[in-house]
Design a protein around this ligand. Structure first.
Ligand SMILES: CC(=O)N[C@H](C=O)[C@@H](O)[C@H](O)[C@H](O)COP(=O)(O)O
Length: 484
């Protein structure tokens, strides 16, 4: 839905049905909608800043760009928090451009200060979003209290039903903004889904907050069954450590607080008894036996299940992938190599599946991933005089450069040999291949070609992973739900 043509479509449909004005996020969307409607537009820009909690139109340049794009009213955060531009400065700039101002407030004091600074409208937009648990209902009391200060109160935030909109209007609102209930189909669907799940007891799954902490990025999502309802991705600040990584996730998902009952967390490394340790500190350095489950449960206040990321992905593919329901081994070939095993419908946890760490006598006892993975491919390329990464080596191989094709072929050959050994160990129905290298165009075919001469009895069936980068969060969510 995050596309200019959809936003313009929503805008026109809402106006046709009687809406009197639009509130639109981003300069690009204001520009897209302005030429096709004549109704007033309240414009905002949303940002996530490293040094300020202010998200709505934090900079003077944002306000200017919205004015130039054709917004009639410009809304901005008017809370009393550290901020790049003061409310007074924003009001001055916006008025200089002949536009109206709307102060997004969290409380009555914000509204008082904003009115003293000369704003035209005050909104209840930020009530419930400046700390503490996020409420479910709109803040009707704040609307009524603001109405004592000015007639120009805009009711906004969590107004999800016509009855709530009526209550806001009756409390004295000059206008009522309805956001998610009109434009966020995925939210509205999940409200209905969560409501009726109670009737289907287990046939329909509860929503889980699922977190995947990787070496470079951390993903968090609300997951229901195999559906990712909401998702955010933040960089993993490698040197900051697990407490900081978890706090960042808690902060970025604060708005979801009332929408899940359990937490699943998938991490690179080794999980034992809820403790997290690094098997390869080069990927991510974690203090030995970090009490992951306890920390997450304390921070989020919900029951938590923790699992290795590749084991979670294996489970995700088993439950919802291309070959769901078949016993499988999942092998992810990327910067490093990992995996997971699901046999007789059960995930093998602990050390099982850390295939990248298997040692090969024929290669001087080097761990398997050091002779096959993306890191190895890049280091071989460097030896051949090409300081490029694995993805580019693949590109060069496809363009007919023999040195690159030789490296890829050797990597695929070794990965194929590993699959043959895995077949002998677990005899799965299928081996699912994932990861940036494993799923790179042509790699799976190369692996298959290296297996072609083998006796059919030993030959593993290789298929591409279906859930892609979301396999870990979907698998972890499902495993967390299993615990109920
Ligand atoms: C807190 C915050 O960032 N509010 C944002 C402000 O523009 C939007 O995410 C909300 O959708 C908007 O306020 C409308 O509210 P609701 O979607 O609940 O009807």
């Amino acid at each position: 839905m995050d596309r200019a043509d959809f936003v313009a479509g929503f805008a026109k449909a809402a106006l046709n049905a009687g809406a009197k004005a639009l509130r639109i996020e981003s300069v690009a969307y204001v520009k897209a909608v302005r030429p096709v409607v004549s109704a007033p537009i309240v414009g905002i820009v949303k940002r996530d800043l490293p040094d300020s909690p202010v998200r709505i139109t934090p900079f003077v340049s944002d306000a200017e760009a919205l004015a130039d794009a054709g917004a009639d009213v410009i809304a901005f955060d008017a809370t009393d928090r550290p901020r790049p531009a003061s409310v007074e400065e924003l009001v001055r700039i916006i008025k200089a451009r002949g536009k109206l101002t709307m102060a997004d407030c969290s409380c009555l004091d914000d509204a008082r200060r904003a009115l003293a600074a000369g704003v035209d409208f005050v909104g209840t937009t930020l009530s419930g979003y400046v700390g503490g648990p996020e409420p479910v209902d709109p803040d009707i009391e704040l609307i009524a209290a603001m109405r004592q200060l000015t007639p120009y109160v805009i009711a906004e935030g969590r107004i999800r039903s016509p009855e709530q909109a009526l209550a806001a209007a009756q409390a004295g609102a000059f206008a009522v903004v309805v956001g998610s209930a009109i434009t966020r189909t995925e939210h509205v669907t999940s409200w209905f889904n969560e409501a009726i799940a109670k009737a289907y007891n287990g046939a329909n799954r509860e929503t889980v907050l699922s977190i995947d902490i990787g070496g470079t990025k951390t993903m968090a999502a609300l997951v229901s069954g195999s559906t990712v309802v909401e998702e955010i991705v933040v960089p993993t600040a490698r040197d900051a450590g697990p407490d900081a990584w978890l706090s960042k996730v808690a902060e970025s998902t604060a708005n979801w607080r009332n929408r899940y009952e359990r937490i699943g967390i998938a991490v690179t490394g080794f999980i034992e008894g809820g403790h997290w340790s690094a098997l390869n500190p080069a990927t991510l350095s974690i203090p030995d036996r970090y009490p992951l489950v306890d920390r997450v449960a304390a921070l989020f206040g919900k029951p938590t299940f923790a699992v290795n990321d590749a084991q979670a992905a294996a489970w995700g593919e088993y439950r919802f992938g291309a070959e769901s329901g078949d016993d499988l081994v999942f092998l992810t070939i990327s910067t490093g190599i990992g995996g997971g095993v699901v046999i007789n419908g059960k995930p093998l946890l602990g050390l099982a599946g850390h295939f990248g760490l298997i040692r090969s006598p024929s290669q001087g006892q080097a761990p398997f991933e050091d002779q096959t993975s993306g890191r190895w491919i890049a280091s071989e390329a460097l030896k051949a005089g090409h300081p490029i990464d694995a993805v580019e080596v693949f590109e060069r191989a496809r363009n007919g450069e023999t040195w690159a094709a030789d490296i890829m072929s050797l990597s695929a050959h070794r990965a194929a040999t590993l699959c043959r050994d895995i077949q002998l160990m677990f005899d799965p129905d299928v081996i699912v291949i994932g990861g940036g290298i494993g799923l790179a165009e042509g790699y799976l075919d190369l692996m298959r070609s290296h297996l072609s001469g083998m006796s059919p009895r030993f030959t593993p069936r290789l298929v591409a992973a279906k859930l892609g980068r979301r396999a870990g969060i979907i698998g972890a969510a499902d495993l967390a739900g299993e615990g109920k």
